[in-house]
Design a protein around this ligand. Structure first.
Ligand code: FHN
Length: 582
């Protein structure tokens, strides 16, 4: 998606305080449901709809961007897009297989698109004939089967519903090529949204949650009405923050956006994320994330206080792509052995100095997730509780350690027990770990690494490589520039000197770079620009000229290269922020 679209339609950079509505008369049910949600950690997102037919191609041409946006990108008239319904026949759909895949992956909840921005209902709807039962040759409601298959396996089931954007209706937001006249949302809400939300809350058993998206233009009163309707029908059904106006029970980060540190100020949160570069199926998108990356991200997100909602985009035949299945099952294998360190845990009480390790906690136990093997010695600073025993979760092998004040020194084997995330269990003398002053989550040090690994990779071409621990291919294509984006979420406040660790062959030096701290709808909080110098191909750390202010309101710190094709080969490992005194 272009940056412009990002700003227009993605409201979710802000982890909006989601706790306010819990004061309403459904507070008890909501609190109970939130506690359950906090424990289950890992969910399957499914984007499935008519857009799976064109699968990223329109009239023989490749269409850039996320697959489910094809109608918008190509300005396809409603009458033409509607024709897809006549071809939609997912005969290979099997709800049990999908739910089983989620279970095999260790996913404990599922959220599927009941209606995306294209306005097509993937369930039987009396409110609009534009639905899978009435408008397709398939003529069945797959959501009945899927919700029942999840219930049988104890997987919490939820629906995604696009409440504001609806490109099929004049009253919905987004389609100004068919409906150029001024929009009136109220009739659309009354005739489609409210009745359909009632349908999905009434016909599919107990919903764990409802996932609204891109709230955009709806008024506070309209959003209150929507919230009241959900809670009246199912008081324990959680509502995500993208309902708008801070009326959600829990918050979303931006898509694929992970906070840089532990983040607990605004209640429970979730990261919605893709397995490749699209949500809805695109036949040519094979940019699959490495399972190692996904397991490490799961540990990273959970250690920071979040849940991970990872997406699959099934085909128009109703099949989840083989590559996605394989990746998910391998995550499941890791969770089978290490799930104890993920489900039902609390976030880290320590801040993270770099990307070597992460921490999750259960009463009397600290789980140390080693994501990047440090060699035979590892020192963790800040744990004051006495460690009684330490062992690898995977094979029970004990780990030698010594403690001196807040320093815990571990002696490790030369190679990781698990190449993705080796978990060491520390049994401690206290129920809750005691943390030394200065090391607590929130008490960030003067020097802080923003590693490329925890950045969101913006753009379709940019890649992260584990072997060099760096991102590359910052090539500028058309309007879309590839960049790294970090999300401080209120954790930083100050003026920072900046160092960059990168590698660049001398022959390709000379691209321009731009580092900026930004927020929507305002001039940047700070910008540093310069030219990339050659490093003889080796990784070096260099100080940048200038300084970067980052404020609590700063939403993103973005690094991009705005040169020509030369910039493709520059490798960026990390940006280090060094807080200036005062
Ligand atoms: O526009 C949608 C997009 O298609 C997708 O559904 C994602 C999932 O989080 N939400 C919106 C963009 O943030």
């Amino acid at each position: 998606m272009t940056r412009r679209l990002f700003h227009l339609f993605v409201p979710a950079l802000v982890l909006a305080a989601a706790a306010a509505p819990a004061q309403d008369r459904f507070a008890t049910e909501t609190a109970k449901a939130l506690k359950r949600f906090d424990g289950i950690k890992f969910g399957m997102f499914i984007h499935w709809g008519l857009y799976a037919i064109p699968a990223g191609e329109w009239k023989g041409r490749y269409v850039r961007g996320i697959g489910e946006w094809i109608m918008f990108r190509e300005r396809i008239p409603v009458k033409e897009y509607e024709q897809l319904a006549g071809q939609f026949n997912p005969v290979k759909f099997n709800g049990d297989e999908w739910a089983q895949l989620a279970q095999d992956a260790g996913m404990r909840y599922m959220v599927i698109t009941s209606k995306h921005h294209d306005g097509f209902a993937m369930f039987k709807s009396a409110a609009s004939k534009y639905n899978i039962v009435d408008a397709t040759p398939y003529a069945r409601d797959p959501m009945k089967e899927l919700s029942a298959a999840c219930a049988r396996r104890g997987i919490d089931f939820g629906f995604y519903y696009s409440q504001d954007q609806d490109w099929h209706e004049p009253g919905g937001r987004g389609n100004n090529w068919d409906f150029p006249e001024k929009r009136d949302a109220q009739p659309y809400l009354e005739q489609k949204v409210f009745p359909q939300v009632k349908e999905i809350l009434s016909g599919y058993g107990k919903l764990g949650l409802i996932w609204f998206d891109t709230p955009g233009m709806l008024s506070e009163k309209q959003v209150d009405g929507l919230r009241a309707q959900v809670k009246t029908l199912q008081p324990s059904c959680l509502i995500n923050s993208r309902i708008g106006h801070n009326r959600g029970d829990y918050a979303q980060t931006g898509d694929n956006a992970i906070p840089i540190q532990v983040y607990l100020q605004d209640g429970k949160w979730e990261v919605p994320a893709t397995l490749n570069d699209t949500w809805g199926y695109k036949k040519n998108d094979n940019n699959w994330k490495d399972p190692r990356d996904l397991v490490a991200k799961l540990a990273d997100i959970v250690s920071k206080g979040g849940n991970y909602l990872l997406n699959v985009g099934p085909t128009a035949e109703g099949v989840i792509p083989e590559a996605s299945q394989k990746i998910l099952r391998s995550i499941g294998k890791w969770l089978e052995v290490n799930g104890e360190s993920i489900y039902g845990t609390s976030p880290s009480p320590l801040y993270f100095p770099d990307i070597t390790w992460r921490v999750t906690v259960k009463p009397g136990k600290v789980y140390l997730h080693i994501l990047n093997w440090p060699g035979t010695k590892l020192e963790i600073q800040g744990l004051e509780s006495q460690v009684k025993k330490a062992w690898f979760l995977a094979n029970k092998a004990s780990v030698q350690f010594s403690q001196k004040g807040p320093a815990l020194a571990l002696t490790l084997p030369p190679k990781p027990v698990d190449p993705w995330d080796s978990v060491i269990v520390l049994e401690i003398a206290d129920q809750q770990p005691k943390i030394a002053e200065g090391y607590r989550a929130g008490q960030l040090p003067q020097r802080l690494d923003l590693h490329a690994w925890i950045a969101r990779l913006r753009g379709e071409e940019i890649r992260y490589d584990w072997t060099t621990a760096s991102a590359s291919n910052f090539r500028r294509f058309e309007r879309e520039s590839n960049s790294l984006a970090w999300y401080p979420y209120k954790s930083l406040n100050g003026v920072y000197d900046v160092e960059i660790t990168y590698a660049c062959d001398d022959a390709i030096a000379g691209s321009k770079f731009r580092l900026a701290s930004e927020r929507r709808g305002a001039p940047p909080d700070g910008v540093i620009e310069g030219v990339v110098e050659g490093t003889g191909g080796a990784f070096v750390t260099r100080k940048l000229a200038g300084s970067l202010p980052v404020r609590p309101a700063t939403e993103t710190i973005t690094f991009g290269l705005t040169g020509d094709d030369k910039s493709a080969a520059v490798k960026v490992r990390k940006i280090t922020l060094v807080r200036r005194a005062g």
